[in-house]
Structures are given as C-alpha cells and as structure tokens.
Design a protein around this ligand. Sequence first.
Ligand code: SF4
Length: 305
Amino acid sequence: MSRRGLRYFTLSEIKPRIWFMLAGCNFRCRGCFRPARDVDGALLTPEETLKKAEQACLNYYGKLATEAIITGGEPTIDKEYLLSLIRGLKKKGIEEIVLITNGYEIGKEENGNYASDLKQAGLTEAYVDVKAFSDRIHKWYTGMSNKPVLNAIKKLNDAGIELLVQTVYMPGIVDEQEIEKIAEFLSSLDKELKYQISPFSITFAREKVTRLPTIEEMKCAYEIASKYLPNAMVSRSGCAREYPILPPQKTWITVFPDLTFERRTVKEQHEEHIKWLGSARPREEINEDRVREVELHDKILRTRF
Ligand code: SF4
C-alpha cells in the first residue's frame, strides 16, 4: 500500500474538525505560501494515517470529528492513497469530507474518472484553485498546464460534489481580465458555482512576483465576476471554514505524527512560514509586507462586496 508524508493534523477549537496536512505537491507555484509543498513528515499508509487521526481526535475531543479537511501540499497526487483515506473516513461516520486541491490530477485523462471515484468514496466538497485562465500564465506560474484543472472542475461538478473555486488576484498577472475569463468559464458550466477571489499574499509568498492589490482592484474584480456568477465573493479571512464571520479564531491545535500536540497561535504558524522561506525573503521585508497585508484585510472586512 502506498504511503504519503503527513506533516501534522490540525484540530479546531470551534467544532470537532480535523485537517490532514499531507506533504508534497505536483506544482511549483512561484508565489507558493505552503511549507507542505515540500516532501517531508512521517510516511504513513492510509490506514496508519486514519488510526493516528482517530487517536488525535479521541485524545483531544473525547470523540471522533464530524468534519475532515484534506489539504497539503497537494492531496490528489496518489489516487490510491487518497481514495482509501476518504473511504476510511466515511466508514468511521465522518459527515463532511472536504478536499483542498489544485485539481490537476483529477482532470488528467489517464486518471480515469477521478472525480466520480472521489464521490463514490465519500467526498462531499472540494475547494479547487484556478490559478490562471491563460495556459501561458498558468504554465509560467505553476510549471504545469491548466487544461486538466479546468477539466477537473467540470468533472467534479458533474459528479455532484459541492464546489468552491478560488483564484488569487495578482496585479498585472492574474487581474480583472483573467478573472473575467475564469468567471465566464465557470458560469458556462454552472451559474450557481461559488467563486472566491483572494488577494495575493505578499507576506509569505516564496517569490514576490507582484505587489499587493488595492481595495479598488479587489472590488473591480468582484464586480466583474459577479456579472457571471451570483455566488462570487471576496475572501474575508485566511480560512473560510474556520471563521466565515468575526471574531476570528486565534489558536488551533497542531497534532504531530507522534501524537504530541501544541496549541499554536496564528503568530506561531506565521513563524513556521518564515522559517520555511529561510533566506529566500529577508525578515525585514516580510514584516513590512505583513503590515500592509493586514491593512488590506482590514479594509476588505469593512467593505461591502
Ligand atoms: S501554492 Fe499549492 S499548488 Fe502551488 S506549489 Fe504551493 S502547495 Fe502546490
């Protein structure tokens, strides 16, 4: 049975909810902000991963979680592992099983109908990133074509999996023009699709490929997307699942593969990012970017979209 690197689980303090942080990714996004992109962590089979997840929940909640979110890195790169993990979660009675993905593997022809297989295994919802509509920009930014990604969205929607499609607004790279094309494409599949636009995170980007968007640019992108999709929205926080409304959650429980756990604040999680960036970005620049990014998020919270 195949194995994947597990960096850690995260447990919510709001409800019995567990995130699986799987290591490794098939993309090399220039602005990647996820330390789990790199292969590391404890190498585990799906059964071993499930056993540890169950133990982590029992230790902390005294019962199993009701919701599981599988993220990374990229969770789909080993189909057999992912399907076994989802089947196991379903068997344990987890009601909501959510996948956060770049979609590429799901849409590849050689992977058969990966989307239907995910549905059958028990997946209830997927968050899929469309990083760019133009294949040229997508290849430049991620190293891969976006054709399988667009195909994945169609297949996941056809399979009846609830979808949230996400795009990061990158001034001068993925701005109004790209967002309009993505929104038009999504609307041609299903006008009811949920579409979320987030500002480029300059603070923790591996490579600062662009600047932070302005609030006016975010508003303009939202208005353009809304012409095609009534369910377009602008991201109001780092985690739509954990705090769609204020006040934001300030701490999470990190459970490591040896089942030791730590309550970590947002600041401590940021330190993990800074460590990962290493010498790629000077700390002084990161601190300055952080101030500007917090100001933008504050404006977004106060703006009616
Ligand atoms: S941003 Fe996501 S898809 Fe892109 S390289 Fe990082 S982990 Fe992979």
